[in-house]
Write a protein that binds this ligand. Structure first.
Ligand SMILES: *[C@@H]1O[C@H](CO)[C@@H](O)[C@H](O)[C@H]1NC(C)=O
Ligand SMILES: *[C@@H]1O[C@H](CO)[C@@H](O)[C@H](O)[C@H]1NC(C)=O
Length: 339
């Protein structure tokens, strides 16, 4: 009948399938429940990692946190103890350096010992750090460190965990934490954004591969987080970057932790915790699964119009700093240096 209205078959099919997909996504399905699950959280001693660990403990999960600093780990574990829901919950902390592949493997082995050699049901990879700066002031070592603290720090854990899952013929969940700077980038993040883009690539490969083993992969793209790491990166953040970000308000870790866990519960592959990340997500979807198709189209439209305007503003802010930047480099002795 619709043909008589002058609509092409292709258009009708497109509209109908869009509606069906949109409805399908709204249909409630059985949600992932952390209660009684063994959850492993890297970077669990502070910031987002700690907030995730607390949220999981409050929901009745067994939680193991891993980080490097023992003092901070002990404090974090004491905080977890305060939110414990039952005496059966196993709450543990381990100090390992997760930018090392062997240590990442050893950390998982140590954690699984507390569970009769059973591997975690879910791994939340929250460890990471940023050290913003100008590209011309980086060197080979700082660039490699940038990849260590963004990419390898999560990739090594993912590798060790996936091998364990497949060898023990169980299934699990891998939850990466990326950044909006894994979708796009701007001045100051030349040692941070590349590793975050690489994480997206890794997550995308793994989502496709791990369906073989009934395991799922999730990756969150957040903005700035109000955490000790944020204060730290602020120290080296170029003035230009500070100015561009001056209107952004960093998100509280507990708010993000909730969004992250909700995203895993919904089964989202790309977890976008707010409006901005949804707009950028929808503008750079590629072959990534959609969320609500209708909403995604709307977000993409907003991005298609808004993001180029935003970029123009950023470019003009950068250019306004041209003289100040040249003076800055001169005071740093950059022009006299030969390396
Ligand atoms: C994955 O699911 C399939 C189908 O339900 C099942 O046959 C298989 O044993 C599962 N594999 C793992 C590793 O859980
Ligand atoms: C970041 O550094 C700027 C300039 O040094 C300062 O004005 C601002 O308060 C700092 N913000 C945070 C969160 O540390």
């Amino acid at each position: 009948m619709l043909q008589y209205l002058g609509l092409e078959n292709g258009v009708i099919t497109l509209i109908l399938s869009t509606l069906v997909l949109a409805l399908w996504k709204m249909w409630p399905t059985k949600k992932w429940d952390p209660r009684g699950q063994f959850c492993y959280v890297t970077g669990g001693s502070s910031g987002l990692g700690l907030a995730v660990a607390i949220a999981l403990t409050k929901r009745g999960a067994h939680v193991t946190i891993v980080a490097r600093n023992e003092e901070r780990l002990a404090k974090a574990l004491a905080e977890l103890e305060k939110t414990r829901q039952s005496s059966n919950q196993i709450l543990r902390s381990y100090s390992f350096s997760l930018t090392d592949a062997d240590a990442s493997h050893a950390a998982l082995e140590a954690a699984s010992k507390d569970h009769g050699n059973k591997y975690p049901d879910t791994v939340f990879m929250c460890a990471g750090a940023a050290r913003p700066g100008f590209f011309v002031e980086e060197d080979a070592k700082s660039m490699q460190k940038g990849m260590d603290n963004t990419y390898w720090i999560q990739a090594y854990t993912a590798l060790a965990y996936t091998k364990q899952l497949v060898r023990s013929q169980t299934s699990g969940k891998l939850v990466f934490t990326c950044s909006i700077l894994g979708y796009m980038s701007l001045i100051g993040y030349s040692t941070y954004s590349p590793g975050k883009h690489a994480l997206r690539g890794l997550a995308e490969s793994l989502r496709s591969e791990l369906i073989l083993y009934n395991s799922s992969v999730h990756i969150m793209f957040s903005g700035n987080i109000d955490s000790p790491g944020y204060v730290e990166e602020n120290r080296t953040k170029p003035k230009i970057t500070l100015e561009i970000e001056s209107t952004d308000k960093p998100t509280a870790p507990d708010v993000l932790a909730k969004e992250l866990i909700n995203g895993v519960q919904r089964g989202d592959f790309h977890i976008a915790p707010d409006m901005l990340s949804n707009i950028i997500r929808s503008s750079t979807t590629g072959a990534t699964p959609h969320h609500n198709v209708l909403l995604d189209v709307l977000y993409a439209l907003i991005g298609w119009i808004g993001l180029p305007l935003w970029r123009r503003g950023v470019d003009s802010t950068v250019l306004k700093h041209r003289k100040e930047h040249k003076d800055y480099l001169a005071t740093r002795g950059f022009f006299k240096s030969t390396d």
